[in-house]
Design a protein. Sequence first.
Length: 163
Amino acid sequence: MKKQIRGEALDDVIKMSIKQLAKEAGKKGLSKINLSQIAESVGTSRTTLYKKKDFIGQCIADVKFERRLANGSGERERLEHKVQLMQVNIEDLERKLQALREHHTQIYRRLYANSSDLSELVKPIIVKESVEAGACSLCGHEFQDKNGPNVRKKVVEITNHNH
């Protein structure tokens, strides 16, 4: 009389058998394993395996195979499980996206808060061009006295939008 395997030892044998069956089926181009094959490989009855259907289903899914059942419920269960995993993945990706958006916003806030006033870089160029032209290079406003002492002051006022 053969000693029955139970508990974790049975789980280990089931997992190894499923991996081996998947490997053999993969060589034949198949992607499904049925409970009878597993029971024969493990050396136990299908009734014993029915008690471990969730564990077996997970082991089969882990090797990227399907459990073949006559009524198709195994396929439905596998797809429902896959949908649940995808929903968890979507929620995780949405959290990551939100974190990236917040980080993006913080980057722009920091850049804006710590940026220099670029008008100080542009102002000398505008003043020079405006003095040479005798008119504001931004809006074309002409100075009454093109050579007078107030030209530079007027250009600075213009660059500050104080026409």
